[in-house]
Design a protein around this ligand. Structure first.
Ligand code: ADP
Ligand code: ZN
Length: 743
């Protein structure tokens, strides 16, 4: 801004809190403080008071009425940093989300509230010590007051009122105050979510040669591209993150560490807290289980620069850190980084963008990188770093693949849950006092048709994904393109009549294991059994203490757990995740097998993994068996390229939801017609159809897929049409850019 414009009358463009997405200009009165972009303000709105966020400061358009002035600033300083504001605008544009919803992502609810809720406590401060004579008088007449003075002296002049005895000493303190010996003040106290836990300080390990090379690459200021750290499970990625973070802290900078889900990765949080235990007040942990007050405190500690290390799940990417030195995204391939409500952003992608804006380092790490990120290393957008060996000199576990078709024949066509081989292995391990993890990813609703004798799965000939069985119409439907087929009575491949819908869940497994191993101590870990707060933490602690022999679990146990005594991992039905209507099904299966297998053999004892499958030759299983990520990526990328799927395009879904089925359907058809009428050639439109999850929460769901090589073009085309086509009141529109879920 030149001096010239500064003298011109300026106004604030304010986004009003609330769902209506209102933006109004307000005059800035003198003397209310520094009103800048990102400030929270109180404003008049029609005939009431409201609150909002300053989006812009500038010259308002010429108008003949005078602007109403702002009332006041809620916080003296802007709550949103300029970079985060920029990031927010980008988000709104790319994901086609209202700015008001973006603001809600940027500022947690507890921070947005006008009434501030800092927790304070009363502290007694020693002001003047009475002289000897007065002191002796006090000791005789008011021993309690005298004692308080003695305690204050010993505590170098300050004690919390509560520590002196709270209510019971208030009168004595008041008398002392009257005599001018002490004063009372209010002091802010931090609500520490981990107050009940102690963290032993841990010290940097001496890096092995592979780690050493990688850390040097990360610290080299000439390397400015995002890093993709591909390191096999147990290769010591976390140690590299820790040391890279330490380096930035030494430079006086801050660090942001994203992890998929705090409650599922307690060990990772503990490792960060322990390493930086000497800076404990500088570590903030952000997650969804914080109370409003805890979140408020953590957020303000970050904003004020008191916490320089932030660990958190997806939404922590908006933590108001300044002077960022590094962002780490652990397990960058995880789906939980994608937000499933508007704004539907991908935490990893936003992290890359934020790092670019902040000009800081970024490390994306995984044992099974997403194909999107891996592809970016091939095109030169990212720099690939590799850790190929386990850090503690352990070998990778031996992986055996068992063909359940053969088991089914042995067990006369019945669906076998436990193969002979797995049962024998379990017997052995239990005898030796070693531990076992059984894994079953039970995703019930989208069932596919499979032939147990030959392993054939009915797939769409256009999309190469399994067809989904629709019970009401008794048809098989492709949820990508809408292709339909009749439900065959015999296997189209081998002619066997045993073809059927597949599926069993963890509960069933628990029942079977109880019968087969009545002596073994069992625990089941899934969303049903882990509802209680801290249930997961407690169960894992018991497992670690060897009080549990066998854990049966879903993907909740696939992540970052490190149990040295686990020597056997059984994957009961590797096909479950494979035959879902999603082009990423193979990639997810590869990731899951690799991650789960990585839980075995992490101590002195060698690990063993048994994979039970009906499709032993499927690439995701074979490449995982050979610990060959790059081989898998190469063939999977070929498939993606051939069908024009990501990372060679962007895929979005446009959906309608309504309690009236016809209206959901009709609205989407109408949108489809309009999208089609003016569709640019680079955009490929799918057909509207019911979602695989046709109805949830009483709402019918319809959706169509949109594909394009240009994300911007896609997003803008959809926005233009949505603007012209307001939906009926009882229909919700859901636009999901870079969708990860097609249900
Ligand atoms: P990842 O994050 O790749 O799964 P971790 O960082 O959890 O791997 O490391 C696996 C194990 O190896 C941990 O117990 C860790 O303490 C240990 N470790 C990591 N780096 C080293 C090292 N340089 N020397 C010795 N042990 C190490
Ligand atoms: Zn299809």
């Amino acid at each position: 801004m030149s001096d010239n414009t500064q003298s011109i009358f300026t106004a604030a463009k304010v986004l009003i809190d609330g769902p209506s997405e209102l933006v109004f200009d307000y005059a800035i009165p003198e003397g209310i403080g520094d009103v800048v972009v990102g400030c929270r303000v109180r404003i008049p709105l029609r005939n009431r008071n409201s609150t909002g966020t300053v989006l812009e400061i500038g010259t308002p358009p010429q108008s003949d009425f005078t602007l109403r002035p702002l009332h006041s600033l809620i916080d003296p300083e802007p709550l949103i940093t300029p970079t985060l504001m920029k990031l927010g605008r980008w988000l709104a544009d790319y994901y086609n989300a209202p700015m008001e919803q973006v603001m809600r992502a940027l500022l947690p609810e507890s921070v947005r509230q006008d009434a501030h809720s800092e927790k304070t406590r009363k502290v007694v401060v020693l002001e003047n010590m009475p002289d000897e004579e007065a002191r002796q008088k006090l000791a005789k007449k008011a021993p309690k007051q005298n004692l308080i003075l003695t305690l204050l002296e010993a505590a170098s002049g300050q004690i919390a009122l509560a520590d002196l005895g709270g209510g019971s000493v208030t009168a004595s303190v008041k008398s002392l105050e009257k005599k001018g010996y002490v004063t009372m003040k209010h002091e802010a106290v931090r609500r520490d979510p981990d107050e009940d836990q102690e963290f032993m300080e841990s010290f940097p390990l001496k890096l092995n040669p592979e780690q050493d090379v990688i850390l040097k690459e990360i610290l080299n200021p000439e390397n400015t591209k995002p890093f993709l750290l591909h390191g096999v499970t147990g290769s010591g990625k976390t140690e590299v993150y820790l040391q890279a973070v330490q380096h930035q802290l030494d430079l006086g900078k801050s660090a942001l560490i994203l992890i998929p889900e705090i409650s599922l990765t307690p060990q990772t949080v503990q490792r960060f807290k322990s390493r930086f235990a000497s800076l404990q007040d500088q570590v903030a942990v952000l997650h969804s289980h914080l109370s409003q007050g805890e979140r408020f405190d953590e957020w303000h500690r970050i904003r004020k620069g008191k916490a320089r290390i932030v660990i958190g799940a997806r939404s922590a990417i908006f933590a108001p850190l300044t002077n960022l030195g590094i962002i780490v995204v652990d397990e960058e391939h995880e789906n939980t980084y994608k937000q499933e409500t508007s704004p539907r952003y991908h935490g990893r992608d936003i992290a890359v963008l934020r790092a670019h804006m902040e000009k800081c380092d970024i490390v994306l790490g995984s044992a099974t990188p997403s194909l999107e990120s891996f592809h970016n290393t091939q095109t030169g957008k990212y720099q690939l770093l590799k850790l190929t060996l386990r850090a503690d000199h352990q070998t990778m576990p031996i992986i055996r693949v068992l063909d359940m078709k053969i088991e089914a024949q042995k067990q006369k066509g019945r669906m076998a849950i436990l193969s002979d081989k797995l049962r024998l292995s379990m017997e052995n391990k239990l005898k030796n006092g070693e531990q076992i993890i059984l894994f079953l990813n039970r995703r019930g609703f989208a069932r596919s048709l499979q032939c147990p004798p030959c392993g054939h799965v009915c797939e769409c000939q256009h999309c190469a994904i399994p067809l989904t069985y629709h019970r009401t119409e008794e048809r098989l439907v492709c949820h990508m393109c809408g292709y339909q087929s009749i439900t065959p009575r015999k296997c189209p491949s081998c002619g066997d009549k045993a073809i059927r819908l597949q599926g069993f869940g963890t509960e069933k497994v628990e029942e079977v294991i109880k019968k087969v191993f009545p002596q073994a101590r069992l625990a089941r870990i899934d969303a049903d059994s882990m509802r209680r707060k801290n249930a997961l933490r407690d169960t894992l602690a018991k497992f670690k203490a060897n009080k549990i022999d066998i854990i049966i679990g879903t993907q909740m146990i696939a992540k970052g757990l490190h149990f040295p005594n686990v020597t056997l991992v059984g994957i009961l039905n590797a096909d479950l995740g494979l035959h879902v209507p999603d082009f990423r099904a193979g990639e997810r299966t590869f990731q899951l097998i690799t991650q789960v297998a990585g839980r075995a053999g992490r101590g002195e004892l060698e690990g063993e993994v048994v994979i039970q499958t009906h499709t032993p030759h499927s690439p995701s299983i074979q490449f995982a068996r050979h610990h060959d990520f790059e081989g898998y990526a190469e063939q999977e990328l070929q498939f993606r390229n051939q069908f024009g799927y990501p990372p060679f395009s962007h895929v979005a879904t446009l959906g309608t939801r309504s309690t009236h089925e016809r209206r959901a359907e009709f609205t989407l058809e109408n949108l489809h017609k309009r999208l089609k009428a003016s569709v640019p050639p680079q955009i490929e439109l799918g057909e509207p159809m019911p979602s695989p999850l046709t109805k949830t929460h009483g709402q019918f769901r319809y959706q169509l897929m949109i594909k394009s090589t240009s994300a911007r073009l896609l997003s803008h085309h959809v926005r233009a049409i949505l603007k012209q086509t307001p939906p009926p009141e009882d229909v919700n529109i859901v636009f999901d850019m870079d969708a990860l879920s097609f249900f």
